[in-house]
Design a protein around this ligand. Structure first.
Ligand code: PEP
Ligand code: MN
Length: 337
């Protein structure tokens, strides 16, 4: 349920309602817009059954929220959220590009990549230190050693860094070295991990599960938000369909759907969506056109010897070309790189 206050409602009126909600054992989430304040109620609303909140001073109307996700819901928070990662804002008027290798393989590989993507215009460095590979025999990541290189790359370039976490141990290690946690597609419904990421204090990039509906994805984000962490960014990375020409099928419609249903920023990862280097640039253009707040793109100094996801990784030259090519598209859509 949400309580929509009248334009320019008095602070005392808002506080009176907030106090009543909390007194009844529910949570009140205040979203103060430029003119209108909204109070979102989370919890068992039958506890407010005997209260006609509509007669309270400065209340405009009560709207029930039928969706199971509340804090992620646009009805709770009509203004789009802006998530800060270091000095970078995701969800505003910038198109934020995260780039880097699928896996951190060595110090040299990561530092070379960090410098190259920064020069090309990327704002955040990505790199996997814990790799959730389909095969248990495939390279599983450098773990804490990889995180140390991420931190060093941040110190050298000033770029904030993001790394995927796959367990509580990984979260405990990552918070010492990185600026943003990534929850990968395979862990989107690992509710224990989501809660721990919520408690970490770091912003979280939540990738869409391989076969997750948008509703399930937003409920997954609710697990992070409900731990008191408002800094969640969604990432569409393709879903499983019958099509085999690409690794996954990029659900480009997820962007306008999420924008309607939620206030959370959403970025697109055309690398994992396609699995094919040649398709990354056209889909990056599509992502910008449809209103994504950013892109995640895999790059590698030499994709032919990459330990993971080489076929979809761009060389530094290809990445620079991509950024230069999408710059005017971004400007057309009101976003700057
Ligand atoms: C990744 O970003 O390297 C990754 C494993 O992505 P996803 O979880 O989307 O497969
Ligand atoms: Mn990858």
């Amino acid at each position: 349920m949400i309580i929509v206050m009248k334009p320019n409602a008095k602070k005392e009126s808002i506080d009176r309602i907030k106090n009543l909600i909390e007194f009844r054992g529910l949570d009140a989430h205040i979203s103060a817009g430029k003119q209108v304040t909204i109070i979102g109620v989370v919890g068992d609303k039958t506890r407010l059954q005997d209260q006609n909140l509509e007669i309270f001073e400065d209340v405009d109307r009560i709207v029930s929220v039928t969706e199971s996700y509340k804090l992620a819901n646009r009805k709770f928070h009509p203004e789009p959220s802006i998530v800060k990662v270091g000095n970078v804002s995701i969800g505003g008027d910038s198109l934020v590009i995260m780039s880097g290798p699928c896996a951190v393989e060595s110090r040299d590989q990561l530092l070379a990549t960090a410098h190259a993507i920064k020069k090309a215009g990327a704002q955040i460095l990505r790199g996997g230190a814990y790799k959730p590979r389909t095969s248990p025999y495939a390279f599983q990541g450098l773990e804490e050693e990889g995180l140390k290189y991420m931190k060093e790359a941040r110190e050298e370039t000033g770029l904030p860094v993001i790394c995927e976490v796959t367990s509580l141990n990984a979260i405990e290690a990552a918070v010492k070295y990185v600026d943003m946690l990534q929850i990968g597609a395979r862990n989107m419904q690992n509710f224990y991990l989501l809660k721990e990421a919520g408690k970490s204090g770091l912003p979280v990039l939540l990738k869409r599960g391989l076969a997750a509906t948008i509703d399930e994805w937003l409920n997954a984000s609710e697990y992070i938000l409900s731990e008191g962490n408002p800094n969640v960014v969604l990432c569409e990375r393709g879903i499983r369909t019958f099509e085999t020409a690409t690794r996954n099928t990029l659900d480009i419609s997820a962007v306008p759907v999420i924008k309607e249903k939620s206030h959370l920023p959403i970025i697109i990862d055309p690398s994992h969506a396609t699995g094919v280097r040649a398709y990354v640039k056209p889909l990056a253009r599509g992502a910008v056109a449809v209103g994504a707040d950013g892109l995640m793109i895999e790059t590698h100094p030499n994709p032919s010897i990459a330990l993971s996801d080489g076929p979809q990784s761009l060389t530094f030259e290809q990445f620079e070309e991509l950024v230069n090519e999408i710059r005017p598209f971004a400007a057309l859509c009101g976003k700057k790189i």
